[in-house]
Design a protein around this ligand. Structure first.
Ligand code: MN
Ligand code: MN
Length: 393
């Protein structure tokens, strides 16, 4: 463990000898692979003024940012960077891009997934020419960095028995906790991929074309091309910057391609559709699950709602939850409508009590128009508040 602290460089020395510091500092380990750009900076440039840095040289702040994440308790093990179950593009692409960033920082890290990827992610990976990460069957005993979630219920199997060294997320704080120090980065923004993009800049590493494409696809997907309510200027700036790095001229066209894949449930059974973007939560001792389904118009939502109602019993018995909902959501420009399908009678009663402000109940779905009932922004916080106020018997 001693080598971990060997780069505790007092700030004053960095300030005084920036060029020299650049020469030997290469992240976590001196033996780590040094990116080309840094090798060029390795020769101390005595003549150059300390504050003046070329585009290739990390700044003092970037070096300090690197130093601050160079003490993760990985014990020299491979860090598996992994997102949530029912993986989406943000979870998969962020894991790949962040594992690469950890490599640049000197860590041994590899991306992993929990389950096979969906049609949209498959498309992004194919277009990027990137291999699909391997599936991690069990997290027990592994060294793990979580991206895009912090909830055991959503994590790879046996995550409770993993050694978690970091979390990067843009959701509410979940159930994962550790006694030891970890890297914990959360931002209330549109995509985890945007946080990864910010980190590349914060640490002063260039983003290669393939990584840029993966991150771009993830941000476009998670933010619906910057239009979703959680999207921020950081996400929109990430899209334009990453598009340039990835050589994508028309992000709108790329988003349409991605969106088309996300809408495609071709070749999928009703059960697969129900669980293609499904997340479980635990609050106040209550376990519940919500499956999101993409729809383009109310007619399709009604159709999907009927299909989900037909498999409700099978779906409920396949998971260990108290309540379950399918949510057929329409996100078309300014139109946000959600059809919430309770998958059991208890779930239906819960909807009546927790969200009495629905616009319509058609016997199958509670319909929320004028902004919908976004899973991350309204549905989950609303249920958690309700459970806290009404302790479960
Ligand atoms: Mn996600
Ligand atoms: Mn996300």
């Amino acid at each position: 463990m001693e080598h971990r602290n060997s780069y505790t460089i007092p700030a004053c020395i960095i300030a005084a000898c920036l060029a020299a510091v650049c020469g030997f500092y290469a992240g976590k380990h001196a033996k780590s692979s040094i990116p080309e750009t840094e090798t060029a900076a390795a020769e101390p440039v005595q003549e150059t003024e300390v504050q003046e840095t070329s585009a290739d040289e990390p700044t003092e702040l970037q070096l300090l940012n690197r130093e601050a994440v160079s003490h993760m308790s990985d014990e020299g093990n491979t860090i598996y960077v992994i997102g949530h179950k029912s993986p989406d593009s943000d979870t998969v692409c962020s894991a790949i891009a962040y594992a690469r960033l950890l490599n640049l920082l000197g860590y041994t890290a590899e991306p992993r997934i929990t389950m096979p990827v969906n049609n949209e992610t498959k498309y992004i990976l194919e277009q990027a020419g990137c291999e699909t990460p391997e599936i991690l069957e069990s997290a027990a005993g592994e060294t793990i960095f979580l991206v895009d979630h912090s909830e055991y219920a959503q994590a790879a199997d046996d995550m409770i028995d993993a050694h978690i060294v970091g979390i990067m997320d843009h959701h509410g704080v979940g159930t994962v906790n550790t006694g030891h120090q970890i890297v914990y980065e959360a931002r209330p923004i549109g995509a985890t991929a945007t946080i990864v993009w910010l980190d590349y800049m914060n640490y002063g590493f260039e983003i290669d074309r393939q990584t840029a494409y993966l991150l771009l696809g993830a941000v476009l997907s998670d933010t619906s091309n910057g239009t979703i309510s959680t999207a921020t200027d950081a996400d929109r700036k990430a899209v334009s910057a990453l598009a340039e790095l990835a050589g994508v001229d028309d992000t709108e066209a790329l988003y349409k391609e991605i969106h088309e894949r996300a809408m495609s449930y071709d070749g999928m059974s009703d059960m697969e559709i129900m669980f293609s973007d499904y997340k479980e939560y635990e609050a106040s001792g209550v376990k519940y699950g919500i499956g999101l389904i993409n729809s383009t118009k109310e007619e399709t939502s009604k159709e999907l709602a009927e299909r989900m109602k037909n498999i409700a019993e099978e779906a409920m018995t396949s998971k260990d939850v108290d309540y379950m909902f399918a949510c057929a959501g329409i996100r078309e420009g300014d139109i946000k409508v959600d059809y919430i399908i309770p998958m059991s009678e208890a779930s239906r009663q819960l909807m009546e009590e927790a969200f009495p402000n629905y616009d319509e109940y058609d016997g199958t779905s509670f319909i929320f128009r004028n902004g919908g009932l976004g899973r991350k922004t309204k549905f989950v916080p609303g249920l958690n508040d309700f459970f806290a106020a009404h302790p479960h018997e």
